[in-house]
Design a binder for this molecule. Structure first.
Ligand code: FNR
Length: 378
């Protein structure tokens, strides 16, 4: 008899593991250093009853655009490593579910090809966003921004938690190289030997070696000299796209982001792959929501693999959630259809959680529907 169909994201992750090479699996699953920054989720749901949940509505609006589900796809590098159409499969799946997709700077499909693979849909739905690694060469950076705007991307997502690459032990022991035929399709001059310049730096063993890599590859590595005061106005001078900052972890920086005039933030610790020892994103979300005071969307990623994770993030004030790894498991499982399966599973789980907790729409999910798990026996 055939294998039973997967019914949750964990099943799909198990299938993905059986299909991927060990180097790719390690690249996807690894965190930084001792991986202290794991999902530290001790929240429980306080359900309310007798509240008419006969019609559940999961729709939301970001930048004036409709999202049928509050779950979009985070930027992850080299999606063709999974096979199954890579970036195109993921983008199409997100659009089929009435949601959206962020294309990584380190994509293996050109940003123009991703855009032209999308069927038209009604104007009130969003177009994809482009994630930017801001390089030391302003010219190269300006060129890719222009390409994204011309191609019709709706927002530029500046990732700010990756000034240098996090210290990933597993990745260092089993370095990732791009197989022949795959290349970074949106990064000029970055395809030397199938590794990124960032990875060359990760493998430097002494400060001297690090300096040498910086000197030799200077212009095409991420600029560690960016600042709030200078960088955001410069980006504004380059583009009319919305500007979103990804990788904010403190209320102080949430307030800075509003002050600097960005259009939205994504609370993220890069899936635990950058600075080890930071809290989970669910833990810091409340301080961001307090700091931002509803002035711009506060979006969220990190460890979302169940509908209840989305429910909890929304209860704490997130306007939109992103999935990273869960979307890659879906792509490994069955290409675009597999990603759609993951999104359908999360949609069903979120709707069911909302019904059982007494929230008919996202704005009925409130903070007092959450409590803290007690481990002391009381
Ligand atoms: C990432 N992430 C990431 N972020 C980014 O801004 N640009 C990138 O190119 C990548 N690449 C990347 C590769 C892989 C393999 C992973 C797992 C992650 C971070 C990503 O956007 C997101 O913040 C996290 O993946 C969210 O956590 P979950 O959903 O994977 O737990």
């Amino acid at each position: 008899s055939p294998e039973p169909a997967p019914i949750n994201v964990r099943d799909i992750k198990d299938i993905a593991k059986s299909k991927l090479s060990s180097a790719v699996w390690q690249y996807y699953t690894t965190g930084a250093e001792e991986e202290c920054t794991l999902e530290r989720n001790s929240l429980v749901i306080r359900p309310r009853v007798l509240r008419d949940v006969s019609k559940i509505n999961t729709r939301t609006t970001i930048f004036g655009k409709t999202y049928d589900i509050p779950i979009a796809i985070a930027p992850t590098a080299y999606q063709k490593l999974v096979g199954n159409d890579g970036e195109v499969g993921l983008t199409r799946a997100s659009h089929a579910l009435g949601s959206n997709f962020i294309l990584s700077s380190n994509a293996t499909t050109s940003l123009e090809d991703v855009m032209s693979a999308l069927p038209q849909r009604a104007n009130h739905y969003p177009r994809p966003w482009f994630q930017l690694y801001f390089l030391r060469s302003r010219e190269v950076t300006a060129r890719v921004i222009r390409r994204a705007e011309t191609a019709g991307y709706e927002a530029l997502v500046l990732t700010v938690d990756t000034v240098v690459l996090g210290n990933r032990y597993l990745e260092r022991k089993q370095p990732l190289t791009l197989p022949a035929g795959l290349r970074m399709a949106n990064r000029e001059g970055a395809n030397a030997g199938g590794v990124t310049k960032g990875r060359l730096m990760l493998n430097a063993r002494t400060a001297k070696e690090h300096e040498k890599v910086m000197r030799e590859h200077g212009d095409l590595i991420v600029d560690p000299g960016l600042t709030w005061d200078e960088t955001i106005p410069w980006l504004r001078s380059q583009t009319r796209m919305k500007i979103v900052v990804k990788g904010i972890m403190t209320g102080e920086d949430g307030a800075k982001a509003v002050e600097a005039g960005v259009d939205g933030i994504i609370v993220s610790n890069h899936g635990g792959r950058q600075l080890d020892g930071v809290p989970s994103t669910l833990e810091v979300l409340p301080e961001l929501v307090v700091a931002v005071k509803g002035r711009i969307p506060v979006m969220f990623d990190g460890g979302v693999s169940r509908g209840s994770d989305v429910f909890k993030a929304i209860a704490l004030g997130a306007d939109l959630c992103f999935i990273g790894r869960a979307s890659l498991w879906g792509l490994a499982y069955k290409g675009q259809e597999g990603v759609e399966t993951v999104l359908h599973i999360l949609e069903r789980e979120l709707s069911r959680t909302m019904a059982l907790a007494g929230a008919m729409s996202l704005d009925h999910i409130s903070k007092d529907m959450l409590g803290v798990a007690r481990r002391d026996g009381f």
